[in-house]
Design a protein around this ligand. Structure first.
Ligand code: GDD
Length: 409
């Protein structure tokens, strides 16, 4: 039996995702019309003998209740949200629910970060892990040497695939092979986490009784229950024949900012072409508007047939798109109104916002820059003919003059 655990974090994480995370927990923000966490969950369906999926986070339980019950019904597989009373770190959070997870008596445990976007090749990882042996296999990807330092960089044996060296966000370049935040472990992972946290407990006790404080410096602000998977577990276990890697050649991105959610939404839309074509506009042969490329339109949205939509566009429930409107690479959230001949490009249009006739809401499409896209928070009104470029607009604002490269508070 296999179980899958998805780490969803909590309200104090994901701060770079504001203002979108004011309304909805980041893991439930829609990418390609589906909550972010839905993509790893639906990838789990391909795992043989999967008994259960757990989401572990420190959001309030009620925030996930509706989603968890509807996805359990849909997949006919128990999905359960487990709430931590406080953050315990990516490994500590898992350890916190050890007894509950072990009740399933799993031979393997998948552990997934919820804020990564990839094809989640989970069955392939399981096969690779069985071949390698050891305690765990990490999904890795090659990125450009310039961007590698934002992630955990690692070195592996090219023949055996053993993880030889791991450094989290190193200051000097180590390798362009990075940690994707997708893992498979045997239950021995719990023993490893226990080992680290009892080591710290011992050190803390020693510090209390020792008069030579400086000999046992406490460089950590956290308690013994706070254990990070990367620094505290992967780094020390590298080169000990316990951890191996599996490289993906598919797409991979990390979703920390609203800009990246536009890019990841488009990536998932193009994946739907192969995995779920029925979710794409025109995938069912019904022409709703002039569609170009991969586009998701919620069935309740009303799109004027003369609007031109795509590529990379996702339109949520009850949105209304007027005649002659042009939408490219954007996320339009629930209850938005986009009026006639408006243009929306490289942008996110927040819940209940409205964009006037002949208005333009656009970004330059630099998804990693803070002001490389335009984000409208909830209930923002852009009046007719107003142009908004590379800006973040906080909720409930009305814009009647153009803005560029600004954060409107
Ligand atoms: N439940 C819970 N509790 N989840 C947590 C906690 C916690 O205390 N802390 C972090 N998480 C979740 C986050 O929501 C995220 O899904 C995942 O665990 C990892 O978060 P971080 O530990 O903050 O690391 P990161 O996302 O900045 O970087 C990690 O992932 C990268 C891939 O996206 C590192 O492992 C990098 O090496 C890796 O490249």
């Amino acid at each position: 039996r296999v179980v899958a655990v998805i780490m969803v974090g909590g309200p104090t994480k994901g701060t770079r995702f504001r203002p979108l995370s004011f309304n909805v927990p980041k893991p439930l923000f829609p990418l390609a019309g589906q909550p972010m966490v839905h993509h790893p969950i639906s990838a789990c369906r391909k795992i043989p003998n999967l008994a259960r999926i757990y989401l572990i986070g420190f959001y309030e339980e009620r925030e996930f209740a509706l989603y968890v019950s509807s996805i359990s019904n849909e997949l006919k597989l128990p999905v359960r949200y487990l709430k931590e009373d406080k953050p315990h770190g990516s490994a500590g959070g898992l350890y916190n629910f050890k007894d509950l997870i072990m009740e399933e008596d799993p031979s393997h445990i998948f552990l997934l970060n919820c804020d990564v976007c990839c094809s989640f090749p989970l069955p392939q990882m399981l096969d690779a892990h069985k071949k390698h042996g050891g305690m765990g296999t990490i999904l890795v990807v090659k990125v450009s040497p310039e961007s590698a330092s934002e992630f955990g960089e690692l070195v592996a044996d090219p023949v055996t695939h053993e993880l030889l060296h791991y450094t989290e966000r190193p200051e000097t370049f180590v390798s362009d092979l990075i940690n994707c935040g997708v893992y498979i472990f045997t239950p021995d992972i719990f023993t490893a986490i226990e080992g680290v946290s009892s080591q710290w407990k011992d050190r803390a006790n020693l510090r209390r009784v020792s008069s030579f404080e400086a000999m046992v410096p406490d460089t950590r602000n956290h308690t013994a229950n706070y254990v990070r998977l990367d620094q505290d577990i992967l780094s020390p276990l590298a080169g000990k024949k316990q951890l191996y890697i599996h490289e993906t050649l598919d797409f991979w991105e990390q979703i920390k900012t609203p800009g990246m959610s536009i890019r990841c939404s488009a990536l998932y839309l193009s994946q739907f072409r192969h995995t779920a074509p029925h979710l794409l506009a025109n995938g069912d042969g019904i022409k709703k508007a002039y569609i170009s490329g991969d586009v998701y339109i919620h069935p309740s949205a009303k799109v004027n047939p003369s609007a031109k939509i795509g590529p990379g566009v996702s339109i949520s429930a009850n949105a209304r798109i007027g005649a002659g409107a042009r939408l490219i690479n954007c996320i339009v959230l629930d209850d938005v109104e986009i009026k006639e001949n408006a243009v929306v490009l490289h942008a996110i249009v927040g819940w209940k916002s409205s964009i006037g006739r002949w208005a333009r809401v656009q970004g330059r499409g630099d998804y990693n820059a803070k002001l490389g896209v335009t984000i409208l928070g909830e209930s923002v009104a852009v009046e007719d003919e107003v142009v908004v470029i590379n800006s973040i607009v906080l909720p409930n604002k009305t814009l009647n003059v153009g803005v560029q490269d600004e954060i409107i508070l």
